[in-house]
Design a protein around this ligand. Structure first.
Ligand code: SAM
Length: 306
């Protein structure tokens, strides 16, 4: 997987040389290049921002600098698109795209692709990703889907963000453009958000983890995703707190059932929305019994709270 990151602080990404991602780069599984957006400026101050049109506080990242950079990294020629400026809210939906160009291809819906996340084949079509606090939330499903891409290009925003026409323009060029938030809070820049997304995506690459099994049963993972059960290590009694006896029993079936019930109970308490999304046809008899004891009706397609 080739990963390009554009930022005004490319040094920030030196951290990616550490730990498992560093090893993955050494092994040739991923090739990460951090670019300095200021390398595409032409003025003495290397400025990448300007005042907001319409007034207001702060500065906005200029489209000209971004486009010179992105055109080069995406091997695109500059062009002019027709744009319907009457549409005011189009930052996240490919389907609502209002710009068009001769080269435009029908854009894929992120939701449609995500629905088939596990079956999406590796694709050479680059994916351009902008972190943005006012975009849809980045999820494990997005990470899974993006782990099938061969080329990811991340653009880190700063200041009040980037000019809204940048994603608009590249969608119109047929580029698969995504905007994602990593949570309901505002950071100073996209660098942290890109690191978060990158780690979630790359750890899913075949060969990335020493033990591939460790990414199979995790929180938010699989078709009937739950929060993971609690984990313990030795000693069995630590400062007076004992691990549950069943985990010491050596009875694997009982351990599996205990963990599954724990996962169901924890998810019920903290993320009932995940229980509501479960497919009842994929639940076994014991799952149903546990959920019913937790107050769920499991006779329909999805569990419903009684
Ligand atoms: N004015 C923007 C707003 O209120 O939505 C906030 C801009 S923020 C200070 C600057 C940049 O940080 C954004 O363009 C984005 O790249 C990044 N950023 C900040 N919070 C983020 C979040 N929760 N998720 C993803 N990116 C974020």
């Amino acid at each position: 997987m080739k990963i390009d990151i554009v930022s005004v602080f490319p040094e920030y990404f030196e951290v990616l040389n550490l730990s498992l991602l560093g090893k993955a780069q050494e092994k040739g599984l991923v090739e990460v290049t951090a670019h300095n957006l200021r390398d595409w400026t032409h003025d003495v101050h290397h400025s990448v921002d300007d005042t907001p049109v319409g007034g207001g506080a702060g500065m906005v990242m200029k489209p000209e600098v971004w486009s010179e950079c992105l055109d080069e990294l995406l091997h695109l020629e500059p062009t002019t698109v027709t744009y319907d400026s009457t549409v005011t809210c189009d930052s996240t939906a490919d389907a609502d795209d209002t710009a068009s160009a001769d080269t435009a291809k029908p854009a894929e819906s992120a939701t449609e692709i995500a629905a088939n996340a596990d079956t999406v084949p590796a694709t050479d079509r680059p994916v351009l990703i902008f972190p943005n606090p006012s975009a849809p939330l980045f999820t494990q499903q997005d990470a899974t889907e993006l782990s099938h891409a061969n080329h990811l290009l991340f653009g880190c925003g700063r200041y009040e963000g980037y000019d809204a026409r940048i994603p608009q323009y590249y969608r119109a060029q047929g580029v698969d453009v995504r905007e994602y938030s990593i949570g309901d809070y505002v950071l100073n820049g996209g660098e942290v958000a890109v690191s978060v997304m990158l780690e979630a995506i790359t750890r899913l690459l075949p060969g990335f983890m020493g033990n591939a099994a460790s990414i199979v049963e995790e929180s938010y993972t699989g078709e009937n995703a739950l929060l993971e059960h609690r984990q313990y290590t030795k000693p069995a009694d630590w400062r007076g707190i004992k691990v549950p006896d069943v985990l010491l029993s050596g009875d694997h079936a009982k351990v599996d059932r205990f963990r599954r019930d724990e996962a169901l109970a924890k998810t019920n308490e903290l993320r009932p929305d995940l229980i509501e999304a479960l497919d009842c046809s994929k639940l076994d008899k014991a799952d149903r019994k546990t959920l019913m004891a937790l107050g769920w009706e499991v006779s329909g397609t999805h569990p419903r709270q009684r």
